[in-house]
Design a protein. Sequence first.
Lengths: 326, 252
Amino acid sequence: MRLTLILCLLTAALFVVSLVTGPADIGVMESLKALLWDDGGPVTLVMREIRLPRALLAAMIGASLGLAGAAMQGYLRNPLAEPGLIGVSGSAALGAILAMYTGAAAAFALALPLAALVGALVGVGLLVALAGPRGTSLTLILAGIAIAALAAAISSLVLNLSPNPYAANEIVFWMMGSLADRSMTHFWLALPFTLAGWALLAGLGRGLDALTLGEDAARAMGIGIDRLRLTVVLGTALVVGSATAVAGSIGFVGLVVPHILRPLVGAHPSRLLWASGLGGAAMVLAADIMVRVILPARDLKLGVLTALVGAPLFLHLILKLRRERI
Amino acid sequence: MTLLSVADLGVCLRGRDILRDVSFSIGEGELVGLIGPNGAGKTTLMRAVLGLLPYRGACSLAGLTPAQRARQVAWLPQSREIAWPVTVETVVMLGRTPHLGRTGAPDAADRERVDAALERMDLCGLRHRAATHLSGGEQARVLIARALAQDTPLLLADEPIAGLDPAHQIATMHTFAALAEQGRSVLVSMHDLGLAVRHCTRLILLGGGGLVADGPPAQVMTPERLSEVFGITAWYAQTDSGPVYQPLEVIE
């Protein structure tokens, strides 16, 4: 309970900091006031059209990645699992890349996220068809790897065939993941899919707890494993697909956040779901603040920062685990 | 009342017949030892009965939904998997999963059952330790306590005492016997024929893909059957403290 409270407070604080951080030089009180009361001036415009969607998206996407990471690790009973494993982020990225390559993304603003959502849908459809309704966790992983590899290969092909270096550049920058210049429209587009995914993943607690003792034991305790697997896949696909659609690929959050929080919830898979959702929101909010503070002039990409921070953190965790095993 | 009845049960896996025409039933208050050499189909039989494997024939548990079955029969698998370093108490509380309400929160009665199971398996001193940090034998006891906490009329246990020290092996068999005295029943597969003969009220012997014998231990464990099914000779005596059974040699 205390952990939940601390994480809630941390996320709320980071949300406010994210709102008052930006290139426009606006005072803290002034900016918050302009956000709440429309003064018709440019400050309200900046707050409501630029900073609010950015903070909302950071919190939402972070929560999605944390929650999906905890669910995947719980289902596969493997601390190295992460939401990208099922290939949905890869296929969503491919959809977005195709939108950029064909020029559809330039034609109207929502073409890119919509194409990414279609990509995610195709990816998860393939995954369910390949892994089957009665498959095992192994077939799921293998199908996910196959889809991720295929999506990556086609993405490379598109890059390879891109008509000019600028187009290639645009694609590469998009793939790094960012929340810069997103609007409320992006937020409203991702919200319904994200909420549906959260609802699916949040109901997994009891099943994931029972899975601690293995699939056979969980089934004998009345847990429907086939339904559980489908819920994990669909829930993860919904949240990761919509997150990738509006922000590109943001790695390491779904892997590192459950890892950090696991000891703090007594390794309970069900408690880890909620904690990781909050922790993920806090991590992405913090990272998105950092990219604006460290190099304000250079548009540092969010996905680059999460990887730069996440990878050493992950190494540290592995070393700690190794010491404990001895 | 019959807790489990199986008629003409057969299991075919990857085109190979593992079990054929197995029929038996278990009533209240029985401690049934399921014995047989490696590969005789003990685990397969139990998993089929639980609906974890496809099978031919009839089983009295077949009509139940997974949730109903979980309140009727508890399953203690042979693989002792505990994926996360959760506390001993948490693992045992998982046994209450089929009984929890919609909220998933345990109530006082659930906690009482967990306390009783911990006490029964001599785990009170370990209850706040991480289960994965315990020794193999201790983990086995934790998982037995988990199955006890499920509090079902019938318990199926797959080699639960393998890897336990002698005192805990005997204590576990006493625990199962106590359950039988309460009117519950336990079907336990095991390789320690001495303990099986001493503690079980009945033995079911599997061999060659089918049921070889079913009855009181003294009737099932005849020298002819042992040489035929297990390929061993053994020493058997009826002593003041019950039957004693000691395998001796492999028959060449």
